[in-house]
Ligand binder design. Structure first.
Ligand code: TK8
Length: 336
């Protein structure tokens, strides 16, 4: 009898305490956020920044579990896992969403952006908002635009100094039609392949080369299996930071706004780290034994001209709405 009374009393006290602190009000929303890169990479740092901030802004309401280095799943699987509700958040190259709607492929077009400023202004402005709305239309909530960044080319055959040097080089590209056609147009043998397989494909010489931003070339240790790095800056890949629609819908408008704000701070961190690492990367990669070269402006123009066909091949599928919007914005930013 006594025990019973004591138990009831304790339970009542605990319940009161819980109600006061709000602990029983709602169980925390667990946000599983896997990604495919190391914690020290721009994406890894952005993810940690986001986690810290979101848990500070929404204490007890959200818990963010970051799984770096592909420890939970790879890039390719994560989009499906997000749709099935196995995970709640990803930061993925927009290029990997090409199957959803063709209009997103506009950002895969070669030489679309000239520099980071153009990319930021287009993505953080009304064009970015337009694509975010289109993502919502297919059930994906884009919290912010992060970046993979400008992509450069590595290979083990030769330094690429003119367009003819791409000839016959077996190049791994993302599983994305515009990247495949860009490298075909340059004369390479384009081999689409998952990111998680690239290192070993380079090591075993299944392919001769690949293209990725500096941070990935460095952090994935491609310098161990690649001799030449050519600064082609042939495309800029944005990352989208997607939250599951189901999770999003359980949040109040204030909580949703807080999530977007945290992702925007994460974005600033991610872009900052990416751009800082890019500055030190060339020296680091040289010190690891890579031969790094630039391409002369005249040869760069020949490369651009060669890839113009990709605009004609894919422009129609991307559609005038997206093309006019992005090119209109670029015109405005470039002041012409
Ligand atoms: C990194 C990936 C990757 C991408 C690729 O998270 O597959 O080449 O560029 O770097 O999104």
């Amino acid at each position: 009898m006594r025990t019973n009374h004591w138990l009831r009393r304790t339970a009542a006290l605990l319940l009161t305490a819980a109600l006061c602190t709000g602990a029983f009000a709602q169980a925390p929303i667990v946000i599983k956020f896997p990604h495919d890169l190391a914690p020290t990479t721009p994406k890894g740092m952005g993810a940690e920044r986001f986690k810290k901030l979101a848990e500070e802004r929404l204490p007890g309401r959200v818990r963010v579990e970051v799984y770096p280095s592909g420890s939970l799943m790879d890039d390719q699987t994560s989009l499906e896992a997000l749709a099935f509700g196995e995970i709640q958040m990803i930061a993925i190259s927009l290029s990997k969403l090409d199957r959803l709607t063709k209009r997103f492929q506009i950002f895969d077009l070669p030489f679309l952006f000239g520099n980071e400023r153009e990319a930021d202004q287009v993505l953080d402005g009304k064009a970015g908002d337009y694509f975010t709305a289109k993502l919502t239309g297919v059930g994906l909530v884009n919290l912010a635009w992060w970046e993979n960044g400008f992509r450069n080319t590595t290979n083990s055959k030769r330094a690429i100094v003119r367009v003819e040097d791409f000839d016959g080089v077996k190049m791994r590209v993302m599983q994305n039609p515009i990247y495949i056609d860009t490298f075909k147009a340059l004369g390479s043998n384009a081999v689409p392949m998952a990111f998680s397989e690239v290192y070993s494909a380079l090591e075993t010489k299944t392919v001769d080369g690949q293209e990725n931003p500096f941070a990935n070339i460095e952090n994935q240790k491609y310098y161990e299996v690649q001799k030449y790095l050519t600064l082609t800056r042939h495309a800029y890949s944005p990352l989208v930071v997607l939250l599951s629609k189901k999770t999003w819908d359980t949040m109040s408008a204030q909580e949703q706004a807080a999530m977007k704000e945290c992702a925007a701070v994460g974005r600033d961190e991610e872009r900052r780290v990416n751009r800082e690492q890019a500055v030190s990367s060339v020296a680091n990669l040289k010190s690891k034994g890579m031969i790094v070269n630039d391409i002369s402006p005249a040869e760069m123009q020949r490369i651009r001209d060669r890839t113009r066909s990709v605009y004609e091949q894919h422009g129609k599928a991307i559609g005038d709405e997206a093309l006019n919007l992005v090119f209109g914005e670029l015109k405005r930013i470039r002041g012409n």
